[in-house]
Design a protein around this ligand. Structure first.
Ligand SMILES: Cc1ncc(COP(=O)(O)O)c(C=O)c1O
Length: 469
């Protein structure tokens, strides 16, 4: 499966001195796996199980920017695992933090019990957060963060005597995980249609994509701020007094890396303020440096009332999510008899010590190695290199923002997603891991990426595009 143009392991050593890439020398021969397991029992998530099991792909090892496949192939990771390993794979500081923690305190319950490092982690996040969002609730995933944020919004209005505010507004093409809350406000029909009527009282804004007016925009498209005005129509239809919150991704990543048009988020904020609606930004992907700052809300200069986080919080090393809420929202819950639980919500693994240790270590790495600023610089290279693919076969749009990018392909007539899947397989066979959504190839390299990795990524992608049937 070695690609004729695979560049081998020359980049694996990383940049001398910084220690950012290729954390340990890897003997790839040891990673080659000859005995594959029986594939039947495992019901794989978000996978075409039968197709996969006919033509499986395995990874067995990862370091820095690369995975190793079971047959010893080096795969440049173009998507940070699944938009999450922002510090690259197996960063030694994160690895040792998890190892030490596992031997020190494996578990405690955060219900009526404290572990100092969890409070310290909340304090660190509050310090990084946009102004005012200094109350932190821990979860174990993005889906749980979204459900938690929606529950906070509903409960908060009720606490304030506005219990009739029960409607939630999402957006078409939005992805907010797979809990019932997340799929209800989410806007990807294949993730919704099997699961009944979902939450009642949900409405959706139009998505912001428009190829006619936006194709090949660099960064934020100029066209489309007016699409936010549709929120006024939704408010007029349902009446503001029935609406609790609006939830949108700062950049709609799983829906195809749709960057908000200039002025769009600002307008959504204004309308929410006008009508007393809470604004939730889902920053499960855009958090922790994707856009050049800790959070995309800071990059875009628009502050929501609640932010959902996960993924990069631990650089993907241990599952963890978090919700940042405005301090006065928290304060409004702090009423009634003191012995009563104010917000009946939480998870067995909220604030799990292994996740707390991994998150502290990931934040150390982001800070000590200046990865957010680094990502901003490398993101410009990524954007330039991707935009240069304009004119390649079937490419109908290229989008970029920070360390995020997308190449949209013209679908094969009558076979949506087929062309992107072909591209995915070619990329994999040629030593590059990408993610596809619809007919879009999405890219999200780790913030440690060197110029050489961006060059390798785009060169491989270019050849794959040239080879598409
Ligand atoms: C914006 C957004 N929200 C929520 C989620 C769900 O996160 P998880 O898969 O950790 O539940 C994702 C996952 O990709 C996401 O991109």
């Amino acid at each position: 499966m070695h690609s004729p143009y695979h560049s081998g392991s020359s980049e694996r050593g990383g940049r001398a001195g910084l220690g950012l890439v290729g954390y340990r020398a890897m003997d790839t021969s040891k990673s080659v796996m000859t005995d594959l397991p029986d594939l039947q029992a495992y019901w794989m998530p978000f996978t075409a199980n039968r197709q996969f099991k006919r033509d499986p792909r395995f990874v067995v090892d990862a370091q820095g920017m690369y995975y190793t496949s079971h047959d010893g192939q080096q795969l440049l990771d173009g998507v940070s695992g699944l938009w999450c390993c922002n510090a690259g794979h197996c960063h030694p500081h994160i690895v040792s933090a998890i190892q030490e923690q596992a031997a020190k305190l494996d578990y405690y319950t955060a219900f009526q019990m404290g572990y100092p490092r969890t409070f310290e982690l909340a304090n660190r996040l509050a310090e990084m957060a946009p102004e005012g969002l200094t109350s932190v609730f821990f979860t174990n995933s993005g889906s749980e963060s979204v459900d938690t944020a929606l529950k906070i919004a509903l409960a908060w209005h009720r606490m304030r005597g506005e219990g009739q505010r029960v409607r939630l507004i999402g957006r078409q093409k939005g992805y907010h995980g797979v809990g019932f809350g997340g799929i209800s406000v989410g806007g990807i029909s294949s993730n919704r249609k099997l699961f009944g009527a979902l939450l009642a009282g949900v409405d959706h804004l139009r998505h912001t994509q428009d190829l006619e007016h936006q194709a090949f925009s660099r960064g934020q498209p100029e066209w489309g701020a007016h699409l936010a005005d549709e929120l006024e129509e939704i408010v007029a239809l349902h009446d503001a007094s029935t609406i609790a919150a609006v939830i949108v991704e700062a950049i709609a990543c799983s829906g195809g890396v749709l960057v908000p048009p200039k002025g769009y988020l600002e307008r959504i904020r204004e309308i929410c303020d006008e009508h007393g609606l809470l604004l939730i930004f889902d920053e499960v992907i855009t958090g922790f440096g994707r856009t050049g700052e800790a959070f995309a809300s800071q990059t875009f200069g628009v502050t929501p009332d609640i932010i959902t986080l996960a993924k990069g919080l631990t650089s993907g090393a241990v599952p963890m999510g978090a919700v940042l809420a405005r301090r006065d929202i928290y304060d409004d819950f702090m009423q009634g008899p003191e012995q009563l639980i104010e917000f009946a919500h939480g998870y067995t693994y909220s604030g799990h010590p292994l996740a707390v240790a991994a998150a502290h270590a990931a934040l150390d790495v982001y800070q000590d190695q200046g990865l957010f600023e680094r990502g901003k610089e490398t993101g410009k290279l990524l954007g330039d290199a991707l935009q240069a693919l304009k004119g390649k076969p079937y490419v109908i749009d290229i989008r970029d923002f920070g360390m995020l990018g997308a190449v949209e392909l013209e679908p094969v007539p009558g076979k949506p997603t087929a062309r992107a899947q072909e591209a995915f397989r070619h990329c994999f066979d040629n030593g590059l891991l990408v993610r596809t959504t619809g007919d879009t190839i999405a890219l999200c390299p780790a913030l440690i990426a060197e110029e050489s990795h961006i060059a390798e990524l785009v060169e491989k992608l270019a050849r794959v595009l040239d080879s598409l049937s």
